[in-house]
Structures are given as C-alpha cells and as structure tokens.
Design a protein around this ligand. Sequence first.
Ligand code: 2AM
Length: 178
Amino acid sequence: MRLFIAIELPEQARNALVGLRCDIPGARWVPREQIHLTLSFLGDVDDDGVTRLTNRLSRIHVPAFTLRFGESGCFPDRRRPKVLWVGLEHELRLLDLAAKVHVAVKDCGIELEERPFSPHITLARIKMPKPGEADIFLDRHIQKKLPSLAVREFILFQSRLTPEGAIHTPVRSFPLAA
Ligand code: 2AM
C-alpha cells in the first residue's frame, strides 16, 4: 500500500483555500476534497508493516491543538514555482506531532527522506513553470483572511495512483489527546 500520514482540513478551511485559486496556465489545482497537511510520506508499505505502523501510531500522545495559516509560497522558488502552497504558523504541538510520527515510522523500519518538516498545504502543481508565474497567487493570498483550524486527529491515508490522478482513502484515524 502506498501510504502517507496527514491532517485532514475542515470543510470551511478547504473552501477558503479553494478561494485562493487563480488563473495560472498549466497549474493543476489539488481537488477541494483532497486538500490536506502532510505529516509524512511513506511510499509503499507491506501488510505487516501497516499493522506495525497502526499499532505504533496509536501510541503517540500529543494534545489537540489549533493551527493558524501563515504565509504562502512556492517550491523550489519564485523563479521556478513547481508547487504552490500555503504555510502554517510553527505551532509547537504540530512540530511535536510531526517529530513523533517520524520516529514512529522509522521504528517500524520504514525508510523516510531526511528532509526537515516544513508545514505547508499544497494547493497546486505546475509541471513546466515559468519565472514569476506564481506571483499572482502569492499576491492574492496576502489579501485574504483564512480561518484557523482545530486539529483533533491525524490520519493514515492510502494513495492510489490512477490515470485520472491520485485517490486518497483513509486507512485509520488517530485521535489526539483531549
Ligand atoms: P505535499 O505536496 O503537501 O508535500 C500524498 O501524496 C502527499 O504526500 C502529497 O500531497 C505530498 O504532500 C506528499 N509527498 C511527499 N513526498 C512525496 C513523494 N515523493 N511522492 C508523492 N507525494 C509525496
């Protein structure tokens, strides 16, 4: 199973993020129902690995928290904007949760890219970006007010790749502490 671990966003937040879409040639906007905050991308994991992982993830203890949106940006940079995203303020409990998820995944023998966690929500991908193409998106974001989000759980998702795009299905959700 191709897996990733993420925080699902409430409808209201997803609607607000959809409101940031703008006309950029070649941009593929993430479908509204798929907008999420990735904590960790695992790739392919076998059935035994999934069982170990769900046991291990269910032992993570982090209290529920609230997230506030931060600045928007693009990867790798404005000259080559391949991924357009909205960032989140660096809430300590989010960083704690991401670190604990990372350790749990590694404890299960699953290899991870050793990239530092950079909290962001991907809204669009551009295959062949041109310099400055994301500027309209980055400017639009400055003018909009986004709601804060209450985070009460994190979710292990399966991602199936199809010619029409990825299909994300929740495998199991893990409630945060009250
Ligand atoms: P991101 O774009 O928000 O960083 C599910 O595929 C999620 O896992 C994607 O939305 C992507 O989140 C993240 N991800 C990280 N590395 C990935 C990779 N190598 N392949 C696919 N998705 C990856």
